[in-house]
Design a protein around this ligand. Structure first.
Ligand SMILES: Nc1nc2c(c(=O)[nH]1)N[C@H]1C(S)=C(S)[C@@H](COP(=O)(O)O)O[C@H]1N2
Ligand SMILES: [Mo]
Length: 198
């Protein structure tokens, strides 16, 4: 669907755009349902399941090491955005502040509004994943998942929960919202893991 909002990548960027994807000119918003309105003061993230239960406030996240990230973003509905600039906290740094049970092999992301999406622990603990509170130097807007979202750059963006408020560690795979509704359990864009059975 090349056109006004979806462009074919130029030669310079062609090798950064996964098969079947087009470049979006802005940064589209893709939300299923209403946009939750959550303030930084209200925001909390709870860890439970195969991990010691723990609650984090926004200020607790700000006490963790802060870094900038420039990452490409790929939505399964075929738009990609290159060089998105975020600020936040690496998942690997966050993981040092929680205690996982040795039986933990998977994690379910939970969100304000009820959205869920699943990952293996290995995919979650990757070095390039992060929690983001800032987008292009501005506080992350509600529509893009503010005050805090997860970003998992190596998978389709439905794995990057907006308004994240829970991490449920599991000792087996469970499926999240889109995964139960036909999306792929893993969602790797270079392998075009769009839908289950594909
Ligand atoms: N809580 C929640 N997180 C979500 C979604 C959603 O509907 N609810 N949509 C996902 C999808 S399909 C995509 S493509 C990205 C879109 O992020 P954006 O709206 O910031 O572009 O968020 C993902 N995270
Ligand atoms: Mo998406």
């Amino acid at each position: 669907m090349p056109g006004k909002f979806f462009n074919k990548p130029d030669l310079e960027n062609a090798d950064r755009v996964p098969p079947g994807q087009y470049l979006a000119s802005g940064f589209p918003v893709l939300t299923y349902g209403e946009t939750p309105q959550v303030t930084k003061e209200e925001w909390q993230l709870k860890v439970w399941g195969k991990a010691s239960e723990k609650r984090f406030k926004f200020a607790d996240f700000m006490d963790l090491p802060q870094q900038e990230f420039t990452k490409d973003f790929h939505c399964v509905t075929r738009w990609s955005k290159l060089d998105v600039k975020w600020t936040g906290i690496k998942v690997t740094d966050f993981l040092k502040s929680i205690e996982l049970d040795p039986s933990a092999t998977h994690v379910m992301q939970h969100c304000y509004g009820g959205y869920t999406t699943n990952l293996t622990l290995e995919e979650f603990a990757r070095d390039d994943n992060f929690f983001a509170h800032t987008l292009f130097g501005e506080p992350l807007s509600a529509e893009h998942g503010g005050p805090m979202r997860l970003v998992v750059p190596h998978l389709y963006a439905w794995k990057s929960s907006k308004w994240i408020n829970g991490l449920e560690f599991l000792d087996r795979e469970e499926l999240g919202f889109w995964e139960r509704n036909g999306y792929h359990r893993r969602g790797e864009p270079w392998a075009e893991e769009r839908y289950s059975g594909s």
